[in-house]
Design a protein around this ligand. Sequence first.
Ligand SMILES: *Cc1c(COP(=O)(O)O)cnc(C)c1O
Length: 429
Amino acid sequence: MIGRQHMGENKQDFERAQRVIPGGVNSPVRAFRAVGRTPRFIREAKGDTITDVEGNTYTDYVMSWGPLVLGHACEEVVRAVTDAARKGLSYGAPTGRETELAEEICAACPHMELVRLVNSGTEATMSAVRVARGYTGREKIVKFAGNYHGHSDGLLVKAGSGCLTGAVPDSLGVPRGYAGETLVAQYNDLPSVRELFEVNRGGIACVIVEPVAANMGVVPPEEGFLQGLRALCDQNGALLIFDEVITGFRVAYGGAAERYGVTPDLAAYGKIVGGGMPLAAYGGRQEIMSVVAPLGGVYQAGTLSGNPVATAAGLATLRILREGKEKIYPALEEKGAYLEAAFRAAGVPATRVGSILTPFFAENAPKNYAEACGCDTAAFARYFGAMLDAGQYVAPSQFEAMFVSAVHTQAHLQETASAIAAAVAAARR
Ligand SMILES: *Cc1c(COP(=O)(O)O)cnc(C)c1O
């Protein structure tokens, strides 16, 4: 590509990494295996762009997989982080900033009365499920095929043929007995949930759901789905957990709960809530969260939980979003809609909720995991390669979201729209 150096540094860095890191990466999707390319090793990023070690700059639609709704290296966030870092990296003792961040979360999400800060979305969902079990005294949980809630044992399962009585593990190393406590339902399919409640009467602690599924590509909830889950949980004495790790502060300031007007009992937040630092949160009604130690008997702890540098990034991010929300969220919506229109114009069905979207290389956009699995992933890989070569950094998998930020410029969005038209044509060849 003109003006770009190709010295092979990405390849060299990747080879070196593979000698000491499994697959050369610290999270599997980064390895670009599904698209057969060499991952870009990143040197730096600013605003809506990311630059690799060879000096290639891309318009970024991965945005660290969701946290960077304000773009890379947002001035105010970086200032908050550097100011905090100078005063100590970790204390292992409480700080006022943790309270301020918890207050921001509670004010944004009225169902959140008590919040516990943790370090990752995985921890947040795992802990919320433990609270649900501790509170209800029941052991089984319901999740949906194709919903991702991090990599804790009990949540790393998908539907097996015997899904009415328990799922099979999605990973080696997950005990079958443990996964068997997880029942798997179909997304956007209330009868599949009702059936699990009937077969396991009085045994289900909670239903955990991505209120907008975003880990099988973006699959929006159909009209009435979330309301139906709320009603089923109420009828059966189970708790409803929203995994808002992607949707929180993204699809609306108050997340999917605000956007769809459905109130969960417990919710998990991550990604945006940490402003690009390792921080996540879970919480819910006071009465339920009072089972968490030291108030109650559900144990959950963390050496770096509520870390002063991470809370500085999260707090700065949430404040900017709150103060600017009347402008920021409509703008995110508009930018998302612009890219959605570009995919549709190219003849690819695209799903979108606010600023997260996915083009599906299929006849129709999927409504659940089984339909998502029918996509033409080879066509997606060709599309991905063409986008990368055109300076567009999108997620290297059909089953991920494209993330638009508040700082994506009109000029870059227009370039991306042109690249989409060409890349879709290339994918079809
Ligand atoms: C990313 C994600 C998680 C896991 O968060 P980590 O910080 O990667 O552990 C959980 N749930 C959803 C919906 C996610 O997208």
